[in-house]
Design a protein around this ligand. Structure first.
Ligand code: GTP
Ligand code: MG
Length: 225
């Protein structure tokens, strides 16, 4: 287990100003998108990867899991490939979707700001994900989706921010319909994961808390790269 108690990590010769070899490009990040059915996960992914909103008549419930991918630029000249797993929110597909948690380094936990029950289920999704990735961890971003539907809002920004901070996540509000914050949500999450991956390498290569991310990212199967 990475970072297990009593395991001393080797020091790293990189960082601390020494020239060292150039950083290799980061491996693809596997991200998972979770949340109740109809909160808009698939539309969010279509908007992000294809730049379009499927619309009410063209968005069927996801069956099991769908796959998307895209490059994202986290700083000028530095791009990360994202492998994006869009999971079905319907309970009947849960046994399939659960098997995708383990290999993910991050995820969007989506609720619909016009659907209070989807907000109330956020903690359940988080618990479920935590249970299935142990002993590893996933970096989640909490997403309040459909923010174009202002007049139908059932969840305030303040209570969503409170929940995200209680759970150690950032919070953002998005709309696939008018494209609000879609780019930003994926960029923020990718940047946060990238920074976590970089830190232990710069400081002390076996950092107990974060080394799991490096291990997962490094050992990812390459068939989808
Ligand atoms: N107004 C508005 N409607 C949206 C938005 N995103 C999605 N929708 C609508 O919400 C409904 C459900 O969208 P989906 O993307 O299929 O929802 P899902 O979370 O993938 O659902 P499952 O696949 O069953 O888990 C559709 O009718 C979409 O048109 C948005 O940003 N604004
Ligand atoms: Mg879907």
């Amino acid at each position: 287990m990475p970072g297990a108690a009593g395991t001393e990590a080797p020091s790293c010769t990189r960082g601390s100003g020494s020239p060292g070899p150039a950083h290799p490009p980061p491996p693809p990040f596997r991200l998972i998108v979770l949340g109740d059915s109809t909160v808009g996960k698939s539309c969010l992914l279509h908007r992000f990867t294809e730049g379009r909103f499927p619309g009410p008549l063209h968005s069927d419930p996801t069956v099991g899991v769908d796959f998307f991918s895209r490059l994202v630029e986290i700083e000028p000249g530095k791009r990360v490939k994202l492998q994006l797993w869009d999971t079905a929110g319907q309970e009947r597909f849960r046994s399939i979707t659960r098997s995708y948690y383990r290999n993910s380094v991050g995820g969007l936990l989506v609720f619909d700001i016009t659907n209070r029950r989807s907000f109330e289920h956020v903690k359940d999704w988080l618990e479920e994900a935590k249970m299935h990735v142990q002993p590893f961890q996933i970096v989640f971003l909490l997403v309040g989706h459909k923010c174009d539907l202002v007049s139908q809002r059932e969840v305030t920004r303040e209570e969503a921010e409170k929940l995200s901070s209680d759970c150690g996540m950032k919070y953002i509000e998005t709309s696939a319909k008018d494209a609000t914050n879609v780019e930003e949500s994926f960029t923020i999450l990718t940047r946060d994961i990238y920074e976590l991956l970089s830190q232990p390498l710069e400081l002390h290569f076996g950092g107990r808390i974060l080394s799991w991310l490096i291990i997962i990212a490094t050992l990812m199967p390459r068939e989808l790269c």
